[in-house]
Design a protein around this ligand. Structure first.
Ligand code: ZN
Length: 311
């Protein structure tokens, strides 16, 4: 058993129109919708989880689609890019596919010897595909249009935009077990050797940057992965003794969560592997039915009436 942070568990972002979000991630990007539930604090809003077949931690991107919410802006104090690992030789397939679906892309860029293809989702959320230098044996979800050889494998990592390097870097290294492995200009790379995938965090320093505004097309929080609740609670103690505030353990039905705001302003979560997405539906049916936490089950009819119908 590992008592360390095992890279990223999930990332949660905000979208506007549920159908558009669903179509982009399941059809264009070819991810599996592994859970269709509601925002536990606002059950009139969906909570979508997209990932690989099982929704393995490190592959899960989740959204609150708040219909009619305004456009957010990326800025400091936020995660501002999510990078998905893909196999070498797949970038041309994706360039062609993005063109076909009118998805905005930017020129491919090289960072730390790896090629990134940046693109944005229909709400303007910044994503990128990257061919990692390290081996990534994770199997992506396969659809009729996205074959195994080109499928996204899960996260390689994420970028945090911050005014200052040091306070957040200390949280990553002294508490979460990451090591700084490189610097290119104002981009600093941190990697944990506790796991081979979803193990990268880049800090992009922008001293004069404006704070981001959290609404459609921006990230809400990033969650780090631990194996069990015991490991999670040990991290809770560590974070408290570093003088940071942190929530009690919260049951999210598919994992247990703790939340704390790191000094640079990004909302961090620590989430457990247990119990996982098969706790309330079998693997083969993941994402096919609306799942509600038990406190909302009595209000199912009302909730289903309010939620947008997905085609
Ligand atoms: Zn979360």
């Amino acid at each position: 058993m590992s008592n360390r942070i095992l890279g990223l568990h999930h990332i949660t972002a905000i979208a506007n129109i549920a159908q558009r979000n669903h179509d982009f991630y399941t059809k264009v990007l070819g991810l599996r919708l592994v859970k269709k539930t509601v925002n536990f604090d606002d059950p009139g809003t969906y909570h979508f989880y997209y990932g690989n077949e099982e929704g393995t931690p490190g592959t899960i991107l989740t959204f609150f689609p708040w219909e009619g919410i305004g456009q957010g802006t990326n800025g400091v104090g936020m995660a501002t890019e999510i990078a998905y690992a893909v196999a070498g030789g797949s970038i041309d397939f994706w360039k062609e596919r993005f063109k076909q679906f009118n998805i905005k892309t930017q020129e491919a860029v090289e960072r730390f010897g790896e090629i990134y293809l940046p693109f944005t989702d229909p709400d303007g959320l910044n994503l990128a595909l990257v061919v990692p230098k390290t081996t990534d044996n994770r199997k992506g979800w396969v659809t009729g249009e996205v074959a195994e050889s080109v499928a996204t494998k899960g996260f390689q990592g994420t970028t945090l935009s911050l005014k200052e390097l040091e306070p957040t870097a200390r949280v990553l290294t002294d508490i979460l077990g990451y090591k700084q492995t490189g610097q290119e200009g104002n981009r600093y790379r941190f990697i944990t050797d506790a796991i081979e995938t979803a193990s990268t965090i880049d800090i992009l320093v922008d001293e004069k940057g404006k704070r981001g505004y959290n609404a459609a097309g921006t990230n809400h929080h990033i969650a780090f992965r631990v194996e069990t609740d015991d490991v999670q609670m040990a991290f809770r103690e560590k974070i408290l003794s570093a003088g940071l505030q942190i929530t009690p353990k919260i049951d999210r039905d598919y994992f247990f969560s703790l939340y704390f705001r790191e000094p640079g302003g990004v909302l961090f979560e620590i989430a457990t592997d247990n119990p996982g997405f098969t706790v309330d539906e079998p693997l083969i049916q993941l994402g096919s039915k609306l799942k509600l936490p038990k406190q909302y089950e009595p209000a199912r009819a009302e909730i289903e009436r309010v939620l947008p119908v997905l085609k």
